[in-house]
Design a protein around this ligand. Structure first.
Ligand code: AMO
Length: 442
């Protein structure tokens, strides 16, 4: 391992010998002094070297000066030298005087992307795009957020699962299913861990979670859809209704946001200009039908009365929740059974509605949750009602034939949460490597 000090730790060190490593951000190759701004994963630093008098015969400075002159932007270098605190240095009041310089990975001179390059071009060169400090921050935030969720789950006795991503059938809409060759037959890429997270309930696991990939053959090019995304899922037994799932969901988000704010609040403010709010509980809850009426009263009519909220409807109801409750989150509840999957439990005494919800955050849906139908005869009827062949779903329906507790859960898109948390325009900015209808590289 290269012995190196992270740039962020230099300020607290005393003057003296250090080794720093990173990539070249800028070079000022002056006659008398050479300056290099070095960046590593923790910050940036000024490197300096007075240029020795040129050789009388060759007119050249020494080897180090020559290699500084030959440096290209983006090259990875390792430098040993003398750390010096000096208030006059604008960049953090410290600099390192170059003693030795090792060019470990030389970059081609032309950077294929610039700050104003289109998102598509930036994604073509994602590894260079990710060198921007705000991009690295997105993934530090993601790490902290996931860690906080896991900590919550572990402290509350959840079991972590890794369900298979190769499936024999669809778990969500058949229209968004990727079919692949599987030896002599066909298989499908998992759209959601839905069936297998539910299976943990008759298995007696009680409470489970998974953070894993989900695939949707969705041909759209919106800012919120990917063909592969990371789904955050939880499923719990012994619930009375979807209200219990919403409570869990709130607590998890509070834990996640509190951890992100505590660790990255200042950086988020500096790099994204956002003061992160840890949501208060309970989040507002509005039945979908009422939400549509509220939106209509604001002058926007959701195109189809029997359909889900559309993106503009989501923005409008979110604006309403912000104005009325001062809240960035809002649960829309009691979706019509006509627009929900067969496995959502329907209202006792009103078959037309389900014990389900969508969670809207800053104008966009981030999650769907529900109480599941666990009574096998009702489940079969609901499947038939949706035009599904219960025989095709027999492996799933078997889960309910040998005893199962009441249960429910939710699925939440990780990149969407981050996009909306940081007010970024697209999940392309908050997905490490975005996958869409026309993007499989890099
Ligand atoms: P749903 O299909 O609503 O529900 O998906 C849950 C959440 O996953 C995210 N998501 C997506 N993110 C990026 N690109 C996509 N193409 C995409 N599709 C969905 C969204 C969405 O809210 N099985 C149920 C969940 C459950 O009931 O437990 C399900 O998958 O943030």
């Amino acid at each position: 391992m290269t012995e190196r000090t992270l740039i962020k730790n230099l300020a607290a060190r005393e003057d003296g010998a250090v080794t720093v490593s990173g990539w070249v951000e800028t070079i000022r190759d002056q006659k008398k002094v050479q300056f290099v701004i070095l960046r590593d994963e923790s910050g940036s630093l000024q490197l300096v070297r007075p240029r020795p008098e040129p050789d009388a015969e060759t007119g050249k400075s020494d080897d180090i000066a020559e290699s500084i002159s030959a440096l290209t932007l983006g090259s990875f270098i390792s430098v040993s030298g003398e750390l010096k605190h000096d208030e006059r240095v604008k960049l953090g009041g410290i600099e390192v005087k170059i003693g030795t310089l090792d060019v470990v990975g030389k970059a081609l001179p032309e950077n294929p992307i610039a700050e104003d390059s289109s998102i598509d071009k930036r994604l073509d060169w994602r590894f260079l795009d990710l060198r921007r400090p705000e991009q690295a921050l997105v993934f530090r935030i993601q790490t902290t957020f996931e860690h906080a969720l896991r900590t919550y789950w572990v402290e509350h006795d959840f079991i972590e699962l890794h369900t298979p991503k190769l499936m024999a059938s669809a778990s969500e809409s058949k229209a968004e299913l990727f079919e692949i060759e599987y030896f002599e037959g066909k298989a499908y890429l998992s759209q959601s861990p839905q069936f297998f997270k539910q299976m943990a309930q008759p298995a007696g696991f009680g409470k489970i979670f998974e953070i894993g990939p989900a695939f949707r053959a969705d041909p759209s090019f919106t800012s919120r859809h990917a063909t592969e995304f990371t789904s955050v899922d939880a499923e719990i037994s012994w619930i009375d209704s979807h209200e219990d799932v919403m409570k869990l969901h709130e607590e998890l988000l509070v834990a996640g946001f509190a951890a992100v704010k505590a660790k990255h609040g200042a950086e988020i403010e500096a790099l994204f200009g956002i003061e992160l709010t840890v949501p208060s509980t309970p989040f507002p809850r509005i039945p979908l039908a009422e939400a549509k009426q509220i939106v209509a009263d604001r002058g926007y009519v959701v195109p189809r009365a029997d359909a889900d909220m559309d993106p503009e409807g989501e923005r409008q109801i979110s604006a309403y929740a912000k104005e009325t409750y001062g809240h960035e989150f809002v649960f829309l509840t009691d979706y019509a059974s006509s627009i929900r999957p067969f496995y959502h439990m329907r209202h006792e005494g009103d078959e037309g509605l389900t014990n389900s919800y969508d969670l809207i955050f800053n104008g966009t849906e981030i999650s769907t949750g529900a109480q599941r139908e666990h009574r096998v005869d009702v489940l079969i009827e609901n499947a038939k009602d949706k035009g599904l062949d219960p025989e095709e779903l027999d492996f799933y329906i078997d889960f309910f034939r040998y005893g199962v507790p009441s249960h429910g859960g939710f699925g939440m898109g990780l990149s969407r949460v981050l996009m909306l948390m940081l007010h970024l325009p697209s999940i392309r900015e908050t997905t490490y490597l975005f996958r869409g209808p026309n993007r499989l590289l890099p």
